[in-house]
Design a protein around this ligand. Structure first.
Ligand code: ADP
Ligand code: MG
Length: 573
């Protein structure tokens, strides 16, 4: 592997890299930096999470800045404030020994006038979220007419967040002959779309196989009853006193609630998601970075691209809806050559999702058991003993108290004393886990070989027949049917996509030309209905209603039809 010197980087930046402890370039840096320094074209660079993409675009970008010009020459777009702050901080580190480089980051939720002043003081590099940049453009407070380098970091997430139009109008206001560089860990449909819409014959640099997961990450999964996931999470945390984790939930509300429950139960946890004020988000990130929080509970969006060192575990409290999200989530650990664990705590019915991830990401997930009470107590005890052995004693400071302390404890034997010291911290675990039950679902009794079994079961889940939920079912009417091109398989795929539920949550599906009935397990019925609130299918508003049902058979159809027709046409303009 080559050195940074041989890549053609100037001395001032080399010095900064040495200060940062970067000894040699990572593979993506080695490959892209020379191309970006000398070439003229656009670039799409794909490299795994945690492999130093920020420096890969940051260093050549800084090399291209003409500090004699007080104009904005480079623009970096990123989806969240946290990422903007992180990127500009990295840039400032790289540019430490360069004079005249001025990096300004702009994002929503902070004072726009301060940001405008920052820009007017002669920024030559701007790092921005699309929303705030549009604001600034609309106020005429920023001029992108001299941008020669536009960089899109985590661009697919910006599209996921609905910034498509903003991206278009921002890039439209930059010179045509600029260079555009896109960096991503995954090659998703969105990334392709961006490359197609915003770039000119971009060169594609891909490290290893596309979408390949980071090899420093070990993937694990534990299987419990869905309602036991919280208990299981606490056990994993209790069993590993050195755990420093990011826990992912699907929604902002779940994120908030999980963090609150953990806090109430005595854990050092807090949430980060888009409903918090910027101040709150800053405080949470600050506490997490400084390790005064043990767990950061996050949504996918809030944690995208975040680089905190030494995250030991990424925990999926809910599995993500998309494969790409799994990659981005798990990539918060195993960064900069370190190793980490990505642990999914899943309900029995989601085992097949793990199989899908295995297949699509080509990684192996190892099955792990939720620790039992005895294991947790043992691990805690060992840690405690380790702490006692390694604690530094400040002889001077405590000497003046020692006579009194010794006098007070004179009656206790050495054995008693040890027991008491240990109990001080340990009682909580003993009490909590005294009669702790086994949370693991016995996969062997479900199907002998969980690996093979999971795969064998899948086609049935897909079809929506055969085994379905054991619990009671309710039936949903929906105003789409065979005329809209659905068969049962397609319908199930569509339902799973919209609701986030799995094939096992659905029972019988009865398709008619203009409408259909679907059985959904009662537990998820209301939730599933809720997901259709703003649903459209091929431009038509999708309407759902609770209806007479697939399970009860066609007998009830006639009576129901009136109601359904009403539902179908009501509100259709
Ligand atoms: P990515 O964007 O690819 O996920 P980052 O750019 O956030 O990764 O970098 C991940 C971590 O690796 C950061 O903490 C960064 O400081 C560190 N890093 C980057 N390049 C190097 C290098 N050449 N040597 C050592 N550490 C590096
Ligand atoms: Mg990054």
């Amino acid at each position: 592997m080559s050195s940074f010197e041989s890549l053609g980087i100037r001395a001032e930046i080399l010095r900064a890299l040495t200060d940062l402890g970067f000894e040699k370039p990572t593979p993506v840096q080695e490959k892209t930096i020379p191309l970006l320094l000398t070439g003229e074209g656009d670039m799409v660079a794909l490299a795994q999470t945690g492999t130093g993409k920020t420096a890969a675009f940051g260093i050549p970008m800084l090399e291209r800045i003409d500090t004699s010009q007080k104009t904005i020459q480079a623009l970096v777009l990123a989806p969240t404030r946290e990422l903007c702050v992180q990127i500009s901080r990295d840039f400032e580190h790289f540019a430490k020994h360069l004079t005249g480089i001025k990096v300004v980051s702009v994002y929503g939720g902070a004072n726009i006038r301060d940001q405008i002043r920052g820009i007017q003081r002669g920024a030559n590099v701007v790092v921005a979220t699309p929303g705030r940049l549009i604001d600034l453009l609309e106020r005429g407070a920023i001029d992108l007419g001299h941008v020669h380098t536009a960089i899109l970091d985590e661009a697919d997430e910006m599209l996921n967040m609905g910034f498509q139009e903003d991206l278009t109008s921002i890039l439209d206001r930059t010179p045509k002959e600029k260079r555009t560089w896109l960096f991503s860990a995954t090659m998703s449909r969105e990334v392709r779309r961006i490359a197609k819409n915003y770039m000119r014959e971009a060169e594609e640099v891909s490290m290893g196989e596309g979408n390949k997961a980071n090899e420093s990450i070990q993937h694990q999964y534990a299987v419990v009853m869905a309602r036991d996931r919280y208990l299981a999470l606490k056990r994993f945390v209790d069993a590993d006193p050195n755990l420093f984790a990011i826990v992912f939930c699907r929604t902002k509300q779940d994120t908030q609630e999980l963090a609150e429950s953990l806090t109430k139960d005595g854990y050092n946890a807090d949430a980060i998601h888009g409903d918090l004020s910027q101040q709150q988000r800053d405080r949470v990130m600050e506490r997490y970075r400084s390790k005064s929080l043990q767990m950061l509970v996050a949504t996918d969006v809030a944690a995208r691209g975040i680089d905190v060192s030494n995250v030991s575990h990424v925990i999926h409290f809910d599995l993500p809806g998309e494969v790409e999200s799994y990659t981005h989530r798990s990539g918060r650990t195993g960064r900069a050559g370190k190793t980490g664990i990505s642990l999914s705590i899943i309900g029995v019915r989601d085992v097949f999702k793990v199989r899908n991830l295995e297949r699509q990401l080509k990684v192996h997930f190892s099955y792990v058991k939720v620790p039992d009470g005895a294991e947790i107590c043992e691990r805690q005890l060992l840690t405690m003993i380790g702490k006692i052995k390694s604690v530094k004693v400040d002889e001077d400071a405590i000497s003046r108290y020692m006579d009194a302390v010794e006098l007070d404890l004179a009656d206790l034997t050495r054995e008693d004393l040890i027991k008491r010291v240990v109990s001080l911290e340990f009682n909580r675990f003993l009490k909590q886990y005294k009669d702790a039950r086994d949370l693991n679902v016995d996969m062997a009794s479900k199907d002998r070989n969980p690996r093979a079994g999971g795969q064998a079961r899948e086609p049935r889940e897909k079809s929506g027949f055969g085994r379905s939920s054991d619990g009671p079912m309710r039936s949903m009417f929906i105003n789409i049917g065979t005329k809209d091109g659905f068969d049962k398989g397609k319908m199930l795929g569509y339902l799973c996509g919209i609701t986030g539920l799995t094939g096992q949550n659905f029972g019988r599906i009865l398709l008619k030309d203009m409408y259909s009935f679907i059985d959904i397990d009662s537990e998820h019925f209301d939730e599933a209905m809720g997901h259709f609130k703003n649903a459209n299918y091929k431009g038509r508003k999708v309407r759902v209603d609770e209806g007479g049902g697939a399970a009860t058979g066609a007998r009830d159809f006639k009576a129901d039809k009136k109601k359904f027709n009403k539902a179908r046409y009501a509100g259709v303009a």
